[in-house]
Design a binder for this molecule. Structure first.
Ligand code: FAD
Ligand code: UDP
Length: 381
């Protein structure tokens, strides 16, 4: 009856389903949650658009992704700005010239900015590990200061690892900026969907060629055995696009992959809580166990004047027995090796396609997983 079964109704699954339905394929999408949208799912609560699995800001340089999503939503311009609580000051993150002005005396700040301009040029994005390699003793000292104040403890809280143990690309996401540009992202397209993210998913999945079954785990309907796939007890000859965790798909046969999870405390407050949409707390855990606080009304063009909702993020180790959500794959070499063992088994199933943040064990932003899903949909049929 179905040409394709898609496990997971996040962006990976929804894009595949939408594209293939458009090609006339019959699709079944299942998701164990009671809603579509995966981690991007949002809800209006008391007139405020709350991202239920933590703040999601759309940004991309990929025009094709922006154009594709524009089929399902209108947008409004939103450029994300983040402030960091450093010592007794609140300064822009990524660390930029304003941050230097706020944290150093006028003369010293001027000298440091000139040194940065001389060594790296204007409006450059320098990964902290790059700056730490500087030959200039004053820039090296500045880099050590920024590392200590912005990255060291935040990273330990976020990942449970020392910054040096982590793939340098992760911290490279938040560079030091040699200008007064205080936007968190520099991408060309930075917008939020007018009616929220969930509406995008509703529109993507509304085709008559798509059935959606919520509250359904893959284990309830799918079986993978000796290179063959079974759906509800019968041999399934179509394709399965699986966007969940690969270790789960193969019953944790080689052990559990490591993930980082989060406790997200959603709190209703009586008045506006903070100045910026997101404020980071890169201090040691003893001073604040959370990494960042997001206040959703700052994402909106219009919102209730007083009432507000904030999310406080407490990173924690992932424990599947406790029902935690596997938010972030952790990229130690041991885990990459374990992932490859599972991948070898998956390769015995030619009609199984692994796609998405969990199935590919990859730290995808929304635009990147949408781009990947569009590419896969193109070559699948
Ligand atoms: P998911 O959204 O996780 O969807 C997977 C779906 O599959 C889920 O609904 C799950 O219930 C379902 N599922 C899994 N296994 C099974 C199974 N066995 N049976 C049935 N159902 C199953 N990206 C940005 O671009 N900007 C941001 O600001 C941003 N902020 C983020 C903040 C946080 C806290 C996190 C964790 C991520 C953020 N991201 C952001 C990344 C973004 O969430 C991902 O790019 C996107 O969600 C990936 O989509 P996906 O479909 O691969 O995964
Ligand atoms: N980071 C940090 N201090 C900050 C912000 C980010 O140390 O104030 C590091 C941290 O390791 C984090 C990484 O940079 O995991 C990437 O940050 P980003 O904001 O992109 O993380 P995400 O939004 O994906 O959680």
């Amino acid at each position: 009856m179905y040409d394709v079964i898609v496990v997971g109704a996040g962006f990976a699954g929804a894009v595949i389903a939408e594209r293939l339905a458009k090609k006339g394929k019959k699709i079944l999408v299942i998701d164990e949650r009671g809603h579509i949208g995966g981690n991007v799912y949002d809800e209006k609560i008391d007139g405020i658009d709350v991202h239920m699995y933590g703040p999601h800001i759309f940004h991309t340089n990929d025009k094709a992704v922006f154009d594709y999503l524009s089929n399902f939503t209108e947008w409004y311009k939103y450029e994300h700005r983040v402030l960091g609580h450093i010592d007794d000051k609140i300064v822009p993150i990524p660390f930029n010239f304003t941050s230097i002005d706020e944290l150093f005396g006028a003369e010293e700040a001027q000298r440091l900015k000139e040194l940065l301009l001389l060594n790296y040029g204007a409006d450059q994005k320098i990964p902290i590990f790059e700056l730490l390699k500087s030959d200039d003793p004053d820039l090296k000292k500045l880099a050590e200061f920024i590392f200590e104040k912005v990255f060291k403890y935040y990273t330990m809280k976020q990942w449970g690892l020392k910054a040096q143990e982590l793939d340098s690309a992760v911290m490279g996401r938040v560079p030091v900026v040699t200008s007064y540009d205080d936007r968190y992202f520099k991408d060309e397209y930075q917008y939020l969907p007018k009616d929220g993210y969930t509406k995008i998913f509703e529109r993507m999945l509304e085709s008559a060629n798509i059935d959606v079954r919520l509250g359904t785990k893959s284990e309830d309907v799918l079986l993978l055995e000796d290179g063959a796939i079974y759906f509800e007890g019968e041999r399934f000859l179509g394709k399965v696009v699986y966007t969940g965790s690969i270790d789960r798909l193969f019953n944790y046969a080689f052990g559990d992959l490591a993930y980082r999870s989060l406790d997200l405390d959603l709190i209703k407050v009586a008045d506006t809580y903070q100045c910026a949409a997101t404020e980071n707390y890169p201090c040691p855990k003893e001073e604040a166990a959370y990494t960042r606080i997001t206040e959703y009304k700052h994402f909106m063009i219009e919102s209730p004047e007083k009432l507000s909702y904030i999310h406080i993020e407490y990173p924690k180790a992932y424990n599947r027995q406790m029902g935690d959500i596997a938010y972030y794959p952790i990229f130690t070499s041991d885990d990459e090796a374990l992932y490859d063992m599972y991948l070898k088994v998956a390769n015995n199933y030619p009609d199984l396609i692994l796609l998405g943040r969990l199935a590919e064990y990859h730290y995808y932003n929304m635009d990147a997983i949408i781009a990947k899903a569009l590419k896969v949909a193109e070559i699948l049929f």
